[in-house]
Design a protein around this ligand. Sequence first.
Ligand code: COA
Length: 260
Amino acid sequence: MSHSPIIVADRGAVRTLTVNRPDKLNALDGATLRALSEAFTAACEADSVRVVVLTGAGQKAFVAGADISEMNGLSAVQGRDFSLLGQRLMRQIERMPKPVMARINGFALGGGLELAMACHLRIAADSARLGLPEITLGLIPGFGGSQRLLRLCGRAATLELCLLGSPVDANRALHLGLVNEVVAADALDARVDERADQLARAAPLAVRALLDAVHVGGECSLEAGLDYESAQFGLLFATDDMREGTRAFLERRPAHFEGR
Ligand code: COA
């Protein structure tokens, strides 16, 4: 039976994208990478969506990596193209104007961890295992993993995970700063829903400005980042949501943001 590689489900303003190849531990082949890219484009364009949750089907894996059986047959040129396809998707996720949260329900290995690292927040079940085992295949990470892990967790953790290739458990990942939060596996859904709802209630234009500011700040000097931050901060004074948020505070009531 053939499955759609991505399941799309909406709960209010929260869209969940589920990589759906559980019999292959949700490994990313070219078709799944393309389907994910289309799904993120649609989530970006849908006004009703304020938050995206990314996860994997089944109990066992978030995503166990790029599809090794597909990679096995590639030439050098095709290998580079596969890397570029994956890198484009990761960049697309990282640059989403809406928050993207990874719900890490099991193995997040290789391309799966690279996918999780491209998300803005990561919540892991305590049973999850995370790693970049490409070295054991005679490879290195190809979807940005060596670069994003370096920026997220520093040189020591990057060299450890990439050189040894051994996965770490969720608590070690938390200690390294690789995930934001670890919860018991049976509490994962409730916690992800809670965080997603919190993000969905936030002012969308402020969220977007924040995502942009952090992204720009990660790529430029402190001086340029500060300039960018103040420009974004100033722009938000032109929004109805900023008036609503500050007025709601003064009136001691919850704010209601409309993204204007
Ligand atoms: N690419 C392609 N297929 C994969 C895969 C991947 N990255 N990861 C798992 N699968 C497939 C297995 O081949 C197997 O398929 P089959 O039943 O048709 O033989 C199925 O998913 C289940 O995996 P299996 O290895 O039997 O499960 P396990 O519980 O014994 O081991 C892992 C789980 C995650 C430890 C193991 O699957 C693994 O090491 N996967 C590869 C991880 C990796 O190197 N990722 C980086 C790729 S760049």
